[in-house]
Design a protein around this ligand. Structure first.
Ligand code: ZN
Ligand code: ZN
Ligand code: ZN
Length: 375
């Protein structure tokens, strides 16, 4: 994906985001933010460079200063369009010139700066050489909640991405499972997500039988058989915003134990969802889901956190995990995805994206959470 997304954001939106980012950085004791191409840059400016290379592209934000985008001269035409749309100043540099010295000129030489996590080490090392008195912090660690609270237009895009993932599930439950390798069903998921408007597919997990007990299993050549539980977990970006949903289906009639384990996960997912309300701590969502699974005797088989934030990426803060005491705020979007993983046997995971409203949680995925039987 290059250029701008179809996102309906205006120069005012981007200006407000950049101002808020600079202010939040100052509050966190930072002299500014250095934002490399990637999700933070897209969110702050709408700009995605035509290619990410060894040539420096960097958004420089400091409180009380106009935002400046440092770009290679040969990418100036694209950058000019973005700069116009985002109301920021361009500083282009030609090959042979030192872009790091030019960047240093814009900054407090002894400051501490937040730098985006996906900035190349090449660029950070050169900046440190150009500004020996400066220091750097992870932007995500310093400002974890920067992108967490979505505005109304962003929530519409999140809901549309969720609806597209749900439409994908409604179709995938009708394809044949038995006798086909996992990788074929995964290819179906990829095709369906794109047909429902996704420009980027991040994962298409199809984990059948014992593979379902490994939460990181993607999809392989195992041939799905009658009697298998199959964990499906898929998502990506649609119009620049993320989807991520899991449902666990069964090929043919399940055993009593399979039904029972699925019921426990469904109840845990419901408990996590019900814990969502403004002011609750992120860890409360994890605790609520985990309690149900522990009480049913499967606590040791729930081996990951309950959820993660989602927005212009499919995994980002806030995390629904023990120890995360930050409060839930209306507009946040994150997954609630407990699971039970029985080694060598099968796994179950159920995942919805949930957004925080004034009254509680609202699910952005609404397909059946009951155990779906496939053929
Ligand atoms: Zn079975
Ligand atoms: Zn997922
Ligand atoms: Zn997820």
């Amino acid at each position: 994906m290059t250029g701008s997304t179809a996102a309906p954001f205006t120069a005012d939106d981007y200006r407000a985001r950049m101002e808020r980012a600079a202010r939040t950085a100052a509050d966190a004791g930072l002299a500014g933010l250095l934002v490399a191409p990637g999700p933070d840059l897209v969110w702050l400016t709408g700009y995605t460079p035509p290619a990410v290379t060894e040539r420096l592209t960097l958004l420089v934000l400091a409180a009380g200063q106009d935002p400046v985008l440092v770009v290679p001269a040969l990418e100036a035409p694209d950058a000019h369009r973005a700069a116009g749309a985002a109301a920021l100043t361009l500083r282009d540099w030609t090959d042979g010139k030192d872009p790091y010295a030019a960047t240093a000129d814009l900054l407090d030489a002894s400051g501490r700066f937040g730098i985006s996590d996906n900035a190349w080490a090449l660029h950070l090392l050169a900046l440190q050489q150009a500004m020996p008195g400066s220091s750097h912090a992870s932007l995500t660690e310093a400002l974890p909640m920067l992108r967490a609270v979505k505005d109304a237009a962003e929530l519409d895009l999140m809901a549309a991405a969720g609806a597209a993932a749900d439409a994908t599930f409604e179709e995938i439950r009708n394809v044949p499972f038995a006798g086909r390798p996992e990788s074929e069903v995964a290819a179906d998921l990829d095709r369906l997500l794109r047909r429902h408007g996704h420009e980027q597919v991040d994962f298409t997990i199809v984990a059948s039988g014992p593979n379902g007990a490994n939460p990181h299993h993607e999809a392989g050549d195992r041939v799905i058989a009658r009697g298998d539980m199959v964990v499906l977990d898929f998502g990506g970006l649609r119009d620049g915003y993320g989807s991520d949903t899991s449902r666990t289906v069964h090929v043919g009639e399940p055993t009593d134990e399979e039904r029972r384990v699925h019921d426990i996960v469904r109840e845990a997912q419901e408990a996590g969802f019900r814990a969502v309300r403004p002011g609750a701590a992120c860890q409360d969502v994890d605790r609520a889901a985990r309690e149900v699974i522990a009480a049913a005797g499967y606590g040791e088989y729930f081996i990951h956190r309950t959820g993660h934030g989602i927005g212009v990426t499919t995994h980002e803060p806030p995390y629904m995990i023990e120890g995360e005491e930050r409060p839930l705020v209306p507009g946040m979007c994150f997954s609630v995805e407990p699971g039970i993983y029985l080694p060598g046997r099968f796994g179950v995971r159920i995942e919805d994206i949930v957004t925080v409203t004034e009254d509680g949680g609202r699910r952005l995925n609404t397909t059946a959470r009951e155990l779906v039987i496939v053929e």
